[in-house]
Write a protein that binds this ligand. Structure first.
Ligand SMILES: *Cc1c(COP(=O)(O)O)cnc(C)c1O
Length: 403
């Protein structure tokens, strides 16, 4: 029997003792939150739908007959809008015919890239902590997963540049990064990106970069796509998505931009994963990308306000918090609340819904089981602030009452 699914699920920590696939910690915490009536600051999806005019465009598309397979590479208008967005915002030029690929969310783009570019005997290097699908894609490819830590300090969670040099080997085919970074909220600096670029060039690796939070930055932090660094456009696949930018996560419209040869390799995989999808949503997102600037800015401002609210509340409740420069997550050190019976962030997160009526997720869920980074971050938990203000205030009130 082919047991690869078991290998993939196990590598994501999802095989239970009875051999069945168990839900991810995110689904588990959401279920627990629902059961206990907890304010759910665990799973990171918005509780408000994106702009109505964009949703109306999708309705019009359905009524107007956009209901059959769109082209495998994606709707031409959407590819043009993506290329235009990259050009205007970052000065990156991509040919929409050959260098842009639409996918079923950033997730499918990421998985296609990893499956296309790495296999048994190869290494894929990610940051640690990492987004869960990164590890699953590497396991599906049969490649070895190596990591470089983000280390908490006075300047937030920063890339360990020395560890990066040591972690890259001639077998490293792909360096898979994520900025702005989930869960830490780090926006990688130009210096950190330059170190990654140098490492990739040294071993001739491709960089795959997950930039789904590209628009959600705060405190004047600037998001730099690594493809804008000297020499990097030719070895980088840049991935993003409409889900986080427009609070339309269920539409699953994502994309990749990169040199033709890499996009072609991804297309080979992607056309037998979904082939294509989201026909009525693609033209709506095309318009959103070209005309939705003020909606994005409104979301960013509103998130900034909610970030301050939650940072302040968590601090008052006794957590040591890390101020995020991007995304919609705050990592907090739960050490002051730990004890013999609640020894780490995982136990803390599992207890909190029942005990205080608030849900969060442990940062260890974003690490390899038993890794040095998992050990270093074992007391940390992640809260999301992409919830309405009333939910955030309820959560803060409950955490304060618990002191
Ligand atoms: C939400 C998220 C994704 C998934 O994006 P989709 O477009 O929904 O597939 C990918 N990467 C990170 C870091 C995310 O937080």
């Amino acid at each position: 029997m082919n047991e690869r699914w078991r290998y993939v699920a196990a590598s994501a920590g999802l095989v239970a003792d009875d051999g069945r696939v168990r839900p991810t910690i995110f689904a588990e915490m959401s279920a627990l939150a629902a059961r206990t009536g907890a304010a759910n600051l665990g799973q990171g999806f918005p509780d408000e739908d994106g702009p109505e005019w964009i949703r109306e465009l999708a309705v019009e598309s359905i009524r107007g007959g956009r209901n059959q397979y769109p082209p495998g590479r994606g709707d031409a208008a959407l590819r043009a809008a993506i290329a235009e967005h990259e050009r205007v915002r970052y000065g990156l030029d991509f040919d929409p015919e050959r260098e842009v690929l639409v996918a079923a969310g950033a997730t499918e783009a990421l998985t296609s890239a990893v499956l296309a570019l790495a296999g048994p005997g190869d290494e894929v290097l990610t940051l640690e902590p990492f987004y869960d699908s990164h590890a699953a894609a590497i396991a599906m490819a049969g490649a070895a997963h190596t990591t470089v830590p983000l280390v908490p300090g006075a300047e937030g969670f920063r890339l360990d540049v020395d560890a990066l040099s040591a972690a890259v080997s001639p077998r490293t085919r792909v360096i898979l990064i994520n900025t702005p970074h989930n869960p830490t909220g780090t926006v990688l600096s130009r210096e950190e990106l330059a170190a990654i670029a140098a490492a990739a060039a040294r071993v001739d690796a491709v960089v795959v970069t997950d930039e789904v939070y590209e628009h959600l930055t705060f405190d004047g932090a600037e998001h730099h796509p690594i493809a804008t660094l000297p020499g990097m456009r030719e070895r980088t696949v840049t991935i993003s998505s409409a889900g986080k930018t427009f609070s339309l996560t269920g539409w699953k419209i994502g994309w990749a931009c990169g040199p033709e040869q890499l996009i072609e390799a991804m297309l080979a995989i992607k056309q037998f994963l979904t082939y294509s999808g989201g026909a009525p949503f693609q033209p709506a997102i095309a318009r959103a990308l070209s005309e939705g600037g003020s909606d994005i800015e409104a979301l960013r401002r509103s998130l900034d306000h909610r970030r301050e609210l939650l940072l302040d509340g968590l601090q008052r409740a006794g957590f040591t918090v890390m101020r995020p420069s991007g995304t919609y997550f705050i990592c907090a050190d739960a050490s002051p609340f730990l004890s013999e019976t609640v020894p780490d962030g995982d136990a803390f997160a599992r207890r909190l819904p029942e005990q205080a009526g608030v849900a969060c997720v442990p940062v260890s869920a974003f690490c390899r089981a038993g890794s040095p980074t998992a050990e270093a971050l074992k007391n940390w938990v992640r809260f999301t602030f992409v919830k309405d203000e009333a939910t955030l205030l309820t959560a803060i009130e409950r955490l304060l009452a618990r002191r």
